[in-house]
Write a protein that binds this ligand. Structure first.
Ligand SMILES: *[C@@H]1O[C@H](CO)[C@@H](O)[C@H](O)[C@H]1NC(C)=O
Ligand SMILES: *[C@@H]1O[C@H](CO)[C@@H](O)[C@H](O)[C@H]1NC(C)=O
Ligand SMILES: *[C@@H]1O[C@H](CO)[C@@H](O)[C@H](O)[C@H]1NC(C)=O
Ligand SMILES: *[C@@H]1O[C@H](CO)[C@@H](O)[C@H](O)[C@H]1NC(C)=O
Ligand SMILES: *[C@@H]1O[C@H](CO)[C@@H](O)[C@H](O)[C@H]1NC(C)=O
Ligand SMILES: *[C@@H]1O[C@H](CO)[C@@H](O)[C@H](O)[C@H]1NC(C)=O
Length: 369
């Protein structure tokens, strides 16, 4: 490369960098301070709104390195920008007091297309105080606690290279969304923290979840009604309650779960491994095309739970409605299953009825079969 050419390339690069910079909406330019004490929620919403209104094809919201305090925020679209990068580089902490949250989310993205969240930062829900006041197991009308990161009506979105810790409730919640990728995430809370599911989803489709390390006090991943075409691979779970489908069929007319592939996941010191649970009166077809394979269980207490009689506290209509709630259900964990859990197999007839038979179970626990 001769000097002139070199200079031209450099100029071009500076020009490109300049263009890129013009579309970066840094919360610090909106008054945010990285002092860990000043609430940056107004600054963040303003930066988001400007980014969302930008007519550039790509715009970036930046929370740079440093420690910030952030109250609940709603980051909503639709946006003019067809692609928004949300660069979370800093450590962002939620206020510990759950009373400061009026809705079920701390950071909510809604009605957005083409969002990319990344940057290596951490969302710290500071859930310790909320966990001690969580009485949801005793009180069915308990106040909803906030999810660290909620996506609602979101499409074509990637969440990668960030961490979520100590959420007051679920860490990541996905509702009415489609075409999502969640990868390279680190999700953690103490094994004793209540309802801190890693990823929960419902009424959503075409989702890839891969390379995620999840250690929580509840399900690593919970898959609710209306989830379709989900691929989960290379998830490392534990402590936690495993990867769970359901509970399904509680209310009539519930959307079915279809096309769930869970592969190459490892469960270490978990309560469960792979679990699916439906209420007894669940109608036919509540779940189909479910595949769990190449799962490694390291000391999972109940590596596989197939429960068609899910009825906590016996408060439900226990009459079983049909036997084929699940079709195409396979759990070939044999070979890679190293569970130490209790073995409590149902008889062949029941097993066939439940899963259309010929499935090489490792350890199966039939709960209230
Ligand atoms: C941001 O946009 C939302 C909805 O578009 C609006 O309700 C809110 O007032 C805006 N907030 C700020 C600080 O600009
Ligand atoms: C649950 O906690 C809330 C708020 O702390 C309280 O008002 C309610 O009485 C509690 N309910 C039970 C059943 O403990
Ligand atoms: C999920 O991954 C598969 C295979 O890598 C890819 O073909 C598909 O487009 C991905 N889907 C989404 C929604 O990113
Ligand atoms: C999941 O993987 C299967 C192949 O195993 C593929 O056909 C399907 O498109 C994938 N789903 C998504 C959402 O990428
Ligand atoms: C699962 O792991 C096996 C062995 O390491 C590999 O051959 C296979 O491609 C992996 N599958 C997925 C979906 O990652
Ligand atoms: C049983 O399933 C059928 C549909 O297959 C539905 O019409 C009926 O309402 C269900 N019964 C109960 C008790 O849920």
């Amino acid at each position: 490369m001769d000097f002139k050419w070199n200079q031209w390339v450099l100029n071009a690069l500076f020009l490109l960098a300049g263009v890129a910079e013009a579309t970066v909406f840094d919360v610090k330019n909106y008054g945010a301070q990285a002092d860990g004490m000043t609430d940056i929620s107004k600054a963040l919403v303003s930066a988001w709104n400007d980014s969302c209104a930008s007519v550039e094809p790509t715009s970036t919201v930046l929370i740079s390195r440093g420690t910030y305090l952030l109250g609940p925020v709603i980051l909503s679209g639709p946006c003019k920008s067809s692609s928004i990068e949300f660069q979370l580089q800093g450590l962002v902490r939620a206020p510990p007091d759950p009373a400061l949250f009026k809705t079920d989310a701390w950071v909510l993205f809604e009605n957005v297309k083409g969002l990319k969240v990344s940057g290596g930062g951490i969302l710290d829900g500071q859930g310790q105080r909320a966990w001690t006041s969580n009485n949801c197991s005793a009180n069915p009308n308990c106040k909803e606690l906030p999810i660290n990161l909620k996506l609602a009506y979101v499409q074509n979105t990637i969440i990668r290279d960030i961490a979520s810790k100590n959420s007051k409730y679920f860490h990541i919640g996905i509702f009415q969304s489609s075409d999502l990728t969640l990868e390279n995430l680190n999700i953690y809370a103490p094994g004793s923290s209540p309802n801190t599911d890693g990823i929960h989803m419902s009424s959503s489709e075409r989702i890839n979840v891969t390379n995620i390390v999840i250690a929580t006090g509840d399900d690593c991943i919970s898959i609710g009604p209306g989830t379709r075409n989900l691929n989960v691979t290379k998830v490392v779970c534990g402590p936690g309650h495993g990867i769970s489908i359901g509970s399904l069929g509680k209310s009539p007319g519930e959307a079915e779960v279809h096309g769930i592939f869970v592969r190459n996941c490892t469960f270490t010191n978990t309560l469960n491994g792979a679990r699916i649970k439906t209420w007894p009166s669940s109608p036919v077809g509540a779940a189909s095309n479910i595949v769990f394979e190449d799962l490694i269980m390291n000391n999972a207490y109940f590596p596989v739970i197939l429960d068609q009689m899910y009825c906590p506290h016996q408060k439900c209509d226990q009459e079983r409605n049909g036997s084929k709630c699940w079709s195409g259900f396979a759990v070939p964990v044999m070979g890679s299953c190293r569970g130490e859990g209790e073995e409590e197999e149902g008889d062949e007839g029941e097993r066939d009825e439940a899963d259309h038979g010929e499935i090489p179970f490792c350890y199966v626990y039939y709960q209230s079969w």
